[in-house]
Design a protein around this ligand. Structure first.
Ligand code: ZN
Length: 160
């Protein structure tokens, strides 16, 4: 899914109690440390182009960076550690594995399939890219329903 959707899913599912910004951060972080960082470098060096980059134009560091952000093997032990000290913050961090869950079926092997067991296994699913309208529009629909629901609940809370 796109990074903004990830951020909003993270907020809607795990950031509505405490630490909303942390949920937004962890929801988008797997993409920020890979493609976000690349975009920043490209913007600074004047090489940024709109749209999906060609695979062979990408720097080699982006592949391990992407794998680190998109593996349960990395995120679950870290969240478990945090959970032992701060449960509410660990709750906000669940936006991270949810990012991985959402990417797993919606990336094809042609472009950054999700390496959920990296570095233990190279297993990836050849999914349907999220850029297809029949994935993208339901994503927007369900995300809107979730955010609207959160908004209504907050509205009630502040108006009692
Ligand atoms: Zn991602």
């Amino acid at each position: 899914m796109d990074t903004l959707s990830h951020a909003l899913w993270g907020y809607g599912l795990f950031g509505y109690k405490r630490y909303p910004w942390s949920a937004i951060f962890f929801g988008s972080m797997p993409d920020l440390i890979s493609f976000g960082f690349l975009m920043l470098i490209n913007l600074m060096t004047g090489h940024w182009h709109f749209g999906k980059p060609a695979l062979d134009s990408l720097p080699s560091w982006i592949f391990p960076a992407y794998s680190i952000g998109h593996s349960f093997m990395v995120c679950l032990p870290i969240i478990y550690l945090v959970y032992r000290f701060n449960r509410a913050f660990a709750m906000a961090m669940l936006a991270w594995p949810f990012h991985i869950i959402l990417d797993f079926p919606f990336h094809s092997k042609a472009f950054f399939a999700t390496p959920i067991f990296w570095p233990l296994s190279d297993y990836k699913m050849d999914g349907v890219p999220w850029t297809h309208w029949y994935i993208w529009y339901p994503n927007i629909l369900f995300l809107s329903i979730l955010l609207f629901y959160r908004y209504k609940k907050n509205f009630k809370k502040f108006n009692q």
